[in-house]
Write a protein that binds this ligand. Sequence first.
Ligand SMILES: Cc1cc2nc3c(=O)[nH]c(=O)nc-3n(C[C@H](O)[C@H](O)[C@H](O)COP(=O)(O)OP(=O)(O)OC[C@H]3O[C@@H](n4cnc5c(N)ncnc54)[C@H](O)[C@@H]3O)c2cc1C
Length: 437
Amino acid sequence: MKTGSVTIIGAGPAGLAAAAAAAPYATVTLLDENPGPGGQIWRAGAGTTTAAAELWEPARQAGAQWLGGCRVVAADAHALLLENATGAQRLPWEKLVLAPGARERFLPFPGWTLPGVLGAGGLQALVKNGLDIRGQRVMVAGSGPLLLAAAAFLRSQGAIIAGITEQATRRQLAGLAWASLVSPEKRKQASGLFRQLRGVPYLTHCWVEAAEVQESSHKNSGWLAAVRLRRGNRRWREPCDWLASGFGLAPNIELARLLGCALAPAAEGRPSSIAVDDFQLASQSNIWCAGEITGIGGLELSLLEGRIAGLAAAGQTALARRWLKARDRQRHFARALARAARLDAELRRLPGDETVICRCEDVPLGRLREYHSWREARLLGRCGMGACQGRICSDITGWLWNWQYDTTRPPVTPARISTLALMAANAEKASSSEFIL
Ligand SMILES: Cc1cc2nc3c(=O)[nH]c(=O)nc-3n(C[C@H](O)[C@H](O)[C@H](O)COP(=O)(O)OP(=O)(O)OC[C@H]3O[C@@H](n4cnc5c(N)ncnc54)[C@H](O)[C@@H]3O)c2cc1C
């Protein structure tokens, strides 16, 4: 017999694993802003990849309900505010599993906002959604394993990978290789990626100092023309059509913060994550967190955390206990990954006073020097006040000056004014199952 209901936000590996684990024991609703389940790694446009279907199918057969194309824009202790393409809905919740994943982490350098400069995962997502990259020169730069995954995928779609630059030193990466000895899946993944990238230059302790724009006389005027690279004392120019750049990932913590969940202690300049206990329970009762929101650890850790959170939320702690050891082994690898991706302090010197830090509101670094905290920069300098609500620039100011992001307010994602207005007006009478507007 099923007891209680579990609402899961995010249908990536963590949310799907939570749904599959909880569905036999509780009434489960799984929701995601994307039309189909899969999350970042198993994204498949409007369809569902095989890996996602393998997790979703048993959950569906056990009665789990799917709410696709639904974004959570706000939440309180009783209900979620959802928005879809046509309307809004207030969805009451009893137990929540938060599995909203992570976003790419960007660091600024002159030219990082030029057209043609994208996140490594962002360019990968565009190509998965139909962008034709065949025959185009792509430079892949930044830090972390996502660079390899993105480069291998882009190459498989016909891109010419001009090179991959990793800011970490060879020594840092050796630590990661050592940690991966405990994980056969990671070893297999890494050797598979390097095989697919055979012949592509892979340079450690190397980074982009600036991106250059095409001249006004060129047919692609205004677009990226080349990157200037630096490795030790060597500096050179590399022409390219695209720069896929990313410095690891930053957990999507906003919803959890809005619901009052405490942060885990973070090393200086590193992105924050949500604190959880052994069973993935956050500091608020009835809220469990799984996947990248609790710290960046990759696919296997997300799956295990999701399974533990789903079982615990459905009241099956004895079953959840069986997976704790396997999860802790993956956490060991996640810690090694964090060490290996430690950013070189030299990268802080790349942006000049003219370099834009908040791209939504066009706030350059020079202007931010007048302020002493995230709050001050936000209130007086409009930093983080634009459409992304500081998702990108708060990570940057955290890295540059260790400013703490302490202003999570609803809506946590851009929302239609009508959603918010109608929600306020209808808060009392809105039915829990009907879209309004
Ligand atoms: C851009 C990007 C590309 C990546 N590419 C790769 C790769 O190629 N290979 C690899 O090994 N790893 C990749 N990763 C890492 C990989 O995503 C993770 O290791 C793993 O998928 C994490 O699983 P998760 O369930 O925690 O999060 P995710 O897979 O990110 O799933 C979270 C889901 O929650 C949804 N969501 C978030 N907020 C809301 C909201 N407010 N309302 C509704 N839905 C919401 C998101 O749309 C997403 O579908 C990538 C990560 C990113 C950010």
